[in-house]
Design a binder for this molecule. Structure first.
Ligand SMILES: C[S@@+](CC[C@H](N)C(=O)[O-])C[C@H]1O[C@@H](n2cnc3c(N)ncnc32)[C@H](O)[C@@H]1O
Length: 215
């Protein structure tokens, strides 16, 4: 699959399911205190008012949470349908269309980058490029937060919510991802893995890595 193929497939998938996804995940953060704790730690590390990008923001629920924590945050996503929801539900926040593999930002522009379950659609052989792009846009001392499902095999989602689309959701081992972050030039700050949330019937543990760009 070429780069254009995987980005197009991902965008098409999320354009189709955006409204259903937004409803399904709208209140999830309120029910996952450990996820909120990681986001709060990240917010404290980058500092009040810091410039942060929520890359692969979807409907903007995490963007809104980061803004409420006092960050100067904007969201970016491939999917215009996701962005339409994000703008509708968060009229005070900025959301832009684009690919996080090629950001329209100068070097060192941000104090923080969040990739909350968005790197899961980037093929493993493109993760070094993705993490290099995150490193490029961070200022020295800036922080990155990456969230993803833990596992060894992708989960193939076929016709979710009855829509005629399908997509692989990659699951990864935290050691492998932290190794790639280190190879890209990051220093690992924290590695959090929580058990599946049983009431939500999550099938896998969830990983949250925070890494820092050297000063
Ligand atoms: C599982 S959803 C997570 C959305 C949001 N972070 C949340 O937790 O609700 C993955 C999102 O990442 C976006 N995405 C995937 N690859 C991307 C890329 N290369 N650039 C920008 N957005 C991307 C998708 O369009 C989708 O909205």
């Amino acid at each position: 699959m070429t780069e254009t193929d995987f980005l197009t497939t991902t965008r098409t998938f999320y354009d189709a399911i955006a409204e259903d996804y937004a409803v399904m995940f709208r209140d999830v953060l309120a029910a996952t205190p450990l996820d909120r704790a990681v986001l709060a730690a990240f917010a404290e590390l980058v500092g009040e008012g810091a410039a942060v990008a929520d890359l692969g923001c979807g409907p903007g629920r995490v963007t809104a949470h980061l803004a409420a924590l006092g960050l100067s945050v904007f969201g970016l996503d491939l999917s215009e349908s996701m962005l339409a929801i994000a703008r509708r539900e968060n009229p005070g926040l900025r959301f832009e269309q684009g690919s996080m593999l090629e950001l329209d930002l100068p070097d060192g522009a941000l104090a923080g980058v969040v990739s909350w379950y968005s790197s899961i659609h980037t093929p493993v052989d493109r993760l070094p490029d993705l993490f290099a792009e995150f490193l490029r846009v961070l200022a020295p001392g800036g922080h990155l937060l990456v969230a993803f499902q833990v596992g060894d095999e992708p989960k193939h989602h076929d016709r979710p919510f009855g829509h005629q689309v399908s997509l692989d959701f990659q699951r990864r081992q935290p050691d492998r991802v932290s190794g790639l972050l280190t190879a890209a030039g990051f220093t690992l700050v924290s590695r959090t893995v929580r058990a599946p949330d049983e009431p939500r019937a999550e099938p896998t543990p969830q990983a949250f890595l925070i890494a820092r760009k050297s000063v």
